[in-house]
Write a protein that binds this ligand. Structure first.
Ligand code: GLA
Length: 381
């Protein structure tokens, strides 16, 4: 990164930061319901480097494609541009709200996080840019607040009402570990090593639904309206996080069929996540795999954020040796599935599931064995 920067601009970067993508391991659409999630940072990351300049112009070069993007500090209220600079502008707006001041700069970025797949390439870019901009312009936030700033980019600038999971996982991830987070207290409450002998194989369905953003926002509204109706039955509850599976079934008559189905997903996902630490600590990997399958089934039936292609991948996983659990990961409506696979079988499994998916759908999936990486950090510049 440093060398590419010097080659392009003729001087060294003032700051470089890296931020990884993430996998949502278990706990689907629970974050904005103030619930629990298991997630991890992945080995793939985004790097962002910059040096401030005495100008109001901000220039960013994407070192992968050579594409150049630029914008002026005076025009940052304009609607988001349709390229990666939207995430940088959004982040700078969030940092300004929190007191940061900027001059123009020249910057470079590169990444190996798959784009628009459900591995949070946008959160990785927001986080890497935020940390590097912070270093270069002498501005600091604590990690949870960096995550909120990244979430603010999505919520306030891009109009996507996402929760905190993506940025949070990118910042708090720990190599070789799954983190368990509580999105009410906004903290990591447990760190669970992934048992030796297992890896996550990521299989990208290569399908992205067109209306992902609006579908996501509608799901969030369904959860909020369910929680509001449940609060009339159970005074004091704030979000679906406060509801147990039993409380939900006892109050089923107070919800529409759709609200009940959406709430069933979230409430039982939170319940599944809470069972996971004991199961993982006891090395009961088959039982952990069952939780992953149950999560996917609930996405398919209750939350309706799966697609035929994601269902196909999860179904195929049951007939190929080596896999003990699989589910869609992330927002859904397309993107990736994660497969928990015995390490010794992982290569063969990847080949077999790619071939099987291709023969069923005609689509060649992107498929890779994922390592669990550390969270975002500054890199020596
Ligand atoms: C997307 C969002 C996250 C989270 C997941 C679903 O990744 O950005 O905040 O809601 O979907 O769990």
């Amino acid at each position: 990164m440093k060398e590419k920067f010097i080659q392009r601009f003729g001087f060294a970067p003032a700051a470089i930061a890296q931020a990884p993508g993430r996998l949502e391991v278990l706990g689907n659409h629970t974050d904005y319901n103030e619930g629990f999630v298991l997630s991890c940072a992945v080995g793939q990351n985004t790097r962002f480097a910059l040096t401030p300049q005495e100008t109001s112009r901000c220039q960013i070069v994407d070192f992968r494609s050579g594409e150049e993007m630029s914008f002026d500090l005076a025009a940052m209220d304009a609607p988001p541009p349709k390229n990666g600079s939207a995430y940088i502008i959004g982040m700078m707006n969030e940092m300004r709200k929190r007191g940061a001041e900027f001059t123009g700069f020249v910057a470079g970025l590169e990444s190996d996080v798959p784009l628009s797949a459900g591995m949070s390439s946008s959160a990785a870019l927001e986080t890497a840019a935020g940390l590097a901009l912070g270093k270069a312009f002498g501005f600091e936030l604590d990690k949870a607040e960096w995550a909120r700033a990244g979430q603010g980019v999505e919520n306030n600038f891009l109009g996507l009402k996402t929760g905190l999971l993506d940025q949070f996982s990118s910042l708090f991830g720990k190599a070789d570990n799954i983190i368990m987070s509580d999105f009410r207290s906004v903290e990591v409450i447990d760190t669970l090593p992934l048992q030796k002998g297992y890896v996550f194989v990521v299989v990208n369905s290569m399908i992205k639904h067109h209306l992902v953003d609006s579908d996501y926002n509608v799901r969030r509204e369904n959860c909020e309206s369910a929680a509001a109706k449940l609060a009339a039955v159970y005074p004091g509850i704030q979000t679906l996080r406060d509801i147990t599976p039993e409380m939900l079934e006892n109050a089923a008559d107070h919800l529409s069929a759709m609200e009940l189905a959406r709430a069933r997903h979230v409430v039982n996902e939170c319940f599944r996540v809470q069972q996971a630490p004991a199961i993982l600590r006891a090395g009961r990997m088959d039982d952990f795999g069952k939780l992953l399958y149950a999560s996917h089934e609930s996405s398919r039936v209750n939350f309706e954020n799966s697609t035929p292609e994601l269902d196909c991948l999860v179904e195929l996983s049951t007939s190929i040796p080596g896999c003990i659990g699989a589910r869609l990961s992330g927002g859904g409506f397309g993107g990736i599935t994660i497969h928990l696979v015995e390490s010794t079988e992982a290569e063969r499994y990847s080949q077999r599931i790619s071939a099987a998916y291709h023969s069923r759908t005609g689509i060649t999936p992107q498929c890779f064995i994922c390592s669990i990486g550390d969270g975002a950090s500054l890199v020596e510049s």
